[in-house]
Design a binder for this molecule. Structure first.
Ligand SMILES: [Zn+2]
Length: 269
């Protein structure tokens, strides 16, 4: 009974949120924006993110309050839609491809699942008090419970800035990636910083907000971020979003942030 009491409200809350999202999508249909993830067009997108002084001061890319970026129908963000376009255009996927999605974004998960129906793995670290669907594997990114070369595509989007010893996590991602495979490794970063700022002794949430831009971030990456990925073994590609969009795929209509470069680590054959 105690178990049921716990499960029923959570499930109820989940379906209530789904229903409210559905209604919000319906009532905002229009033509100004298009979301490729839920494949509907809308008259508006909602603002998202939050501002802190360090985000503005350090011009952090991939953070901060952004205007018109949240899809009314599926809650996808500008970051989600950018990765959708990149994967569609630049990643060689077939039905047999194996995909690892770390800390899966709800708007991206169905898209990736459809790409690799039999070989899609979503994984996240267990945190007390959160509800996890039975399809999500619970594990530590620093000890991924899969054999070497198990995946052809890895999506690790805005995760590494939360992980102490990110070098260990990157090496694990490299280990489970197949030769020729790609890992998308997005993080918030500051173009003003020559090197990454981190201090493991800072555990106070207010201090982390002040230094790193979010209460649960453990560092703020700088221009050395690609080098850090390379140190784990990857060949690094830095993709300029401008190269992905044109008049047929207009960035404005998809509400994309063209400043957010994509960091891709490839495992060479
Ligand atoms: Zn959408």
């Amino acid at each position: 009974m105690t178990g049921l009491k716990k499960i029923i409200p959570r499930r109820f809350g989940y379906y209530l949120r789904r229903w409210r999202l559905y209604l919000r999508g319906l009532t905002n249909r229009g033509n100004a924006y298009h979301c490729p993830l839920c494949n509907h067009s809308y008259r508006k997108m909602f603002d998202g993110g939050f501002d802190l002084p360090v985000i503005k001061k350090m011009q952090i890319i991939g953070a901060g309050r952004r205007k018109s970026v949240i899809c009314p129908g599926c809650n996808s963000t500008d970051r989600d839609r950018l990765l959708y376009v990149y994967i569609n255009q630049c990643v060689d996927i077939n039905k047999k491809s194996r995909i690892l999605h770390i800390a899966p974004e709800p708007a991206l998960a169905p898209f990736l699942q459809k790409l690799a129906p039999d070989n899609y793995v979503a994984g996240v670290k267990y945190h007390e008090g959160f509800y996890y669907s039975k399809n999500v594997k619970l594990f530590d990114i620093k000890a991924i419970p899969y054999d070497n070369e198990s995946f052809d595509l890895i999506l690790c989007n805005h995760v590494l800035e939360h992980i102490d010893e990110d070098d260990k996590a990157m090496r694990e991602l490299y280990r489970v990636l197949a030769s020729g495979g790609k890992a998308i490794l997005q993080v918030p970063w500051s173009p003003l910083l020559k090197t990454t700022v981190e201090d493991p002794s800072v555990t106070d949430e207010a201090k982390r907000e002040e230094l790193f831009g979010q209460f649960d971030h453990v560092r703020l990456y700088g221009n050395d971020y690609p080098q850090r990925i390379e140190n784990a073994g990857f060949l690094v590609h830095i993709i300029d979003p401008n190269s992905l969009f044109n008049e047929n795929i207009p960035a404005e209509r998809l509400a994309i942030n063209l400043n957010e470069v994509i960091f891709v680590g490839e495992k060479q054959t």
